[in-house]
Ligand binder design. Structure first.
Ligand SMILES: [Zn+2]
Length: 283
């Protein structure tokens, strides 16, 4: 989660023309050469700004074209003239970069097209996401009024430290309930970035949504967990640690599964009696 490789840009000129042309070949809106150049300048500035807002991303030169660019996003929907672009972006990841588990079905406009109509079909402003993350994010973006928070990290551009910053707190209730809460915790990381990542966890209600994932995941691992536990507590803890480290290759260092297993490996209550926290065996 958190990171994806940036999308290929494809042929921006051809995409613009397709998006603004009816099936019969008539123009929905005929871009002037000045407007076309202004859109290319906006795209180039987006790269320089790493997707973060800037006044130049909404130039006066595009005041007339902006609404048409906004509406042209309908061509990126299923059945539209740019549906290949949609399919390509959705196929670029197995799971939603915002939560790390959801099935990608939506394209999130990182900078909302309501404000930045000129970026409505720009591939690198389109982040493949699951429905719940896309709905929870809505039009949140960096630079919006401070009361609404710092915005989310950009999956294509945000550099992240190669250090653990997603931490899982596990509460073991004597009745056998395991409740896990994730938070951002790394004292040496840039506080502004940490605040942004924590805002993302909260805004997307990830803790509430991870609860079911954690239960499902542990239940899937149930047989392996019980078998390894039978080999002794120390071996079992080592197994959990190694599993956590092995998952980094697939999901990245700050994935919820990696953080979960790291915490469980270090927890004496879990390592002593994991069967108490795994729920009933599958029927
Ligand atoms: Zn998601």
């Amino acid at each position: 989660m958190w990171r994806l490789d940036a999308q290929d840009l494809g042929d921006a000129d051809a995409d613009l023309t397709a998006a603004l042309t009816y099936k019969n070949g008539n123009a929905v809106y005929a871009l002037t050469p000045v407007e076309r150049a202004a859109i290319h300048a906006v795209y180039a500035l987006y790269e320089v700004m790493l997707g973060q807002p800037a006044p130049g991303l909404r130039p006066v030169a595009l005041d007339a074209a902006r609404q048409f660019m906004h509406d042209a996003y309908s061509q990126v929907q299923i059945g539209g003239r740019l549906e290949d672009l949609r399919a390509r972006i959705l196929a670029s990841t197995q799971a939603c970069p915002y939560c790390g588990f959801g099935e990608v079905k939506d394209l999130d406009h990182y900078l909302p097209r309501g404000t930045y109509g000129e970026l409505a079909i720009y591939p690198r402003n389109l982040v493949p996401s699951c429905g719940p993350c896309n709905n929870a994010k809505r039009t949140v973006y960096p630079g919006m009024p401070a009361a609404q928070g710092p915005g989310l990290v950009h999956a294509y551009y945000q550099p992240l430290p190669d250090e653990d910053f997603l931490h899982a707190d596990a509460d073991f209730d004597p009745d056998g309930t395991l409740s896990v809460t994730f938070r951002i915790d790394n004292p040496t990381m840039d506080p502004a970035l940490a605040a942004k990542l924590q805002f993302q966890l909260d805004r997307l209600r990830l803790n509430a949504r991870y609860r079911a994932q954690v239960n499902k995941y542990l239940s899937e691992q149930r047989a392996a967990i019980l078998m390894l536990h039978a080999a002794g507590e120390a071996v079992f803890s080592e197994f959990l640690q190694r599993s956590s480290a092995a998952l980094i290759a697939s999901y990245g260092r700050n994935d919820w599964r990696v953080a979960l297993l790291r915490t469980l490996a270090a927890d004496p209550a879990f390592c002593a009696a994991p069967e108490r926290y795994l729920g009933p065996p599958p029927a």
